[in-house]
Design a protein around this ligand. Structure first.
Ligand code: BTN
Ligand code: 3PY
Ligand code: ZN
Length: 632
């Protein structure tokens, strides 16, 4: 039985198997008989029940009394919202409408940035789409629902065994009236490197087709030159282009003169002139203090003329204060997370901002009872992800020292832990700052933030100081990502790279100083589609799959390999997905609209001589047995 062989193959047991694995062991991917989807899902449940899920091994367990989270009922049919306006009148009308509002507009980030910043992005689609109808019906006055892009694309395929496009389609179908929003890393798409121009274009087109209404586009070095291609692609789709400034440093600090008011206003004008409908002010680390927010928002509003959409993180504990200051200064829209997913490295608290502004000029008009009911649902959801909580207990002013983005903070902490550096975290934080200064004080956000993190971890683990790294008498090797950064592969920071350290890192190689995309050949999309189809035994490859493959070739192929064995596991409840089932437990999984599997786990057999365990189920009332290897 080929499936069993594959499940037993040592390289398959973790996430290390790659395309090469498929190439070198084609027999394992050569399925003789196709199994039906129900059998595949039962195989998955059996495997996780017997062996556990590799991602939750050794992590905190969710409370044993948790039930399937119940979303609040949708009250009536969804009334017109921002999406209705976009569909009827286009993106410019949305921008004009924003400028005409007195109320503060609110984006909900609970499906994207909040779980990225609190739970290492591990939130599953089913937990989102079950509550989406309640958003549409009960909170039609939201500006947008941020639910896609950033790290979610990669993590969906890589760790959650689900298709990110399907997630978007499912959310879109349940949210007809409010705009969806995604985070796009400009030429870096939803990845960490520079992609060929035509890959970025194809990706944007597909994202718009599948369901994105607002594209928040940024560049990790704030280099507008490197954003134009993605911005033009968005403009062609007729969706809303939010060109974004990444905020760093402290605009009121004369010592950080590189990023002063003039700098941000000039960038805002560049984005406006490049066609942005909305100006994003992306404070990915949560560094914009209240007094600075007042000054910066006022200047951007007066001098750029676009509606301003402010995004921040509550890492310092002052995110809410900055939002209120920005609101006073006339900001048009802000990002918040539903209460249960707010605070710390996530966004400020949605319900509290709504309450703070009630009966003021900026009253949001949102229904606090609807917010509370939806947040109660998210509270139950969050409890299922105990394994991914980071243990961050309190806000901290240390963020003004290290300036790490909220989405990176918890990841870097986990990386530090895995290198045995957990108890040297504050040293990592200080070193992160040193690296930033050594590299010329850059905006730190995916992917530039990852490079700074790589360098900081290398220095701490090898006991190197900034002086060591800069010492010309000391020879040393640098992380690949650092070499790539200094050779111009992620673009140019304002003023260019500091020459001394750049020379040391490049060891005589010449950097590029123009747009990295100019140096990459376009991909032949149809040739790639044909090759991919061949690799997957003639499976027809649609544009979504093609875009997934183009962003993350290995991750996509591994996902497809597992998909053939496990089927649509995205439909399983989160508890089942991560922990399997208990004997006697019953769950349902809707694998197609209207086609629901009722699954009962009867019992687990003994492990047999060949190492396999028989797992006994009832599927829609009929007995079914599957066999999986015991690897424990
Ligand atoms: C996922 O991608 O998270 C879903 C599949 C998980 C990997 C499977 S679980 C059973 C088997 N055991 C492992 O350690 N990996 C695979
Ligand atoms: C991402 O790029 O994923 C971010 O969240 C940046 O802030
Ligand atoms: Zn963010």
């Amino acid at each position: 039985d080929f499936v069993i062989n594959l499940l037993k193959h040592p390289a398959f047991l973790d996430y290390s198997y790659t395309t090469r694995f498929i190439d070198s062991t084609p027999e394992l991917f050569n399925f003789r008989k196709r199994r039906d989807r129900a059998t595949k899902i039962l195989t998955y449940i059996a495997d996780i029940t017997v062996n556990g899920h590799p991602e939750t091994a050794g992590r905190a367990l969710p409370r044993s009394d948790l039930k399937l989270p119940q979303p609040p009922a949708a009250q009536g049919t969804p009334t017109d919202g921002t999406r209705t306006l976009l569909e009827r009148e286009g993106p410019k009308a949305v921008a004009d409408w924003m400028l005409a509002q007195d109320r503060l507009l609110i984006t909900d980030t609970t499906m994207r940035d909040a779980p990225q910043s609190l739970l290492a992005t591990r939130m599953r689609s089913i937990d989102m789409i079950r509550v989406t109808p309640a958003y549409a019906a009960n909170l039609p006055g939201l500006f947008s629902v941020e639910c896609w892009g950033g790290a979610t694309f990669d993590v969906a395929y890589r760790f959650l065994q689900e298709c990110p496009w399907q997630r978007l389609r499912d959310i879109r179908a349940r949210l007809p009236n409010v705009m969806t929003q995604m985070l796009l890393r400009g030429a870096n798409g939803v990845g960490y490197t520079n992609y060929p121009d035509n890959v970025v274009q194809a990706f944007v087109r597909q994202a718009a087709d599948t369901g994105v209404d607002v594209f928040r586009v940024f560049d990790s070095l704030n280099w507008v030159e490197n954003m134009r291609l993605a911005m033009d692609a968005v403009l062609e789709t007729g969706k809303v282009l939010e060109g974004s400034i990444c905020y760093t440093g402290d605009v009121l600090d004369p010592e950080r003169a590189k990023y002063d008011l003039k700098y941000y206003v000039a960038m805002g004008k560049e984005l406006r002139d490049a066609g942005a409908h909305v100006l994003g002010l992306k404070d990915m680390a949560g560094l914009l203090k209240p007094a600075a927010a007042r000054v910066l928002v006022k200047a951007l509003k007066e001098e750029v003329g676009l509606p301003v959409h402010f995004h921040t993180h509550d890492t310092s504990g002052l995110g809410g204060a900055s939002i209120l200051a920005a609101a006073e200064a006339g900001v048009d829209a802000v990002d918040c997370a539903m209460d249960a997913f707010s605070g710390n490295t996530s966004q400020p608290t949605l319900g509290s901002i709504v309450e703070a502004l009630r009966r003021t000029e900026r009253d949001t008009g949102l229904d606090i009872n609807a917010i509370r009911a939806i947040s109660d649902y998210w509270e139950e959801v969050r409890a299922h992800y105990a394994a991914f909580e980071t243990g961050q207990q309190a806000p901290s002013s240390e963020v003004y020292l290290h300036e790490m983005p909220g989405g990176q903070f918890t990841n870097l902490k986990a990386q530090a832990r895995s290198l045995g550096l957990e108890d040297r975290w504050h040293e990592v934080a200080r070193t992160y700052r040193d690296v930033n200064m050594m590299f010329g004080d850059i905006t730190k956000v995916t992917p530039s933030s990852k490079v700074i993190g790589d360098m900081a971890l290398m220095m701490v683990s090898q006991g190197l100081t900034r002086a060591d790294v800069e010492n010309p008498d000391k020879d040393m090797s640098f992380p690949d990502s650092v070499i790539e950064l200094m050779s111009g592969q992620l673009g140019q920071p304002p003023g260019g790279w500091p020459e001394g350290i750049q020379k040391r890192i490049l060891k005589g190689r010449a950097p590029i100083t123009d747009r990295p995309g100019k140096h990459v050949e376009p991909v032949d999309l149809e040739e790639t589609r044909a090759a991919l189809s061949k690799e997957l035994e003639g499976l027809s490859i649609d544009d979504e799959d093609l875009c997934g493959y183009l962003m993350y070739p290995k991750v996509f192929l591994n996902y497809m390999g597992r998909h053939r064995i496990y089927g649509p596991v995205r439909t399983l409840p989160t508890r089942t997905f991560f922990y399997g089932m208990e004997p006697g437990e019953e769950i349902s999984a809707e694998i197609d609209p209207g086609k629901t599997l009722e699954i009962r786990l009867i019992t687990l057999g003994e492990t047999q001589d060949d190492g396999d365990v028989r797992v006994f189920f009832e599927l829609n009332g009929q007995p079914r047995t599957v066999r999986v290897p015991n690897r424990t």
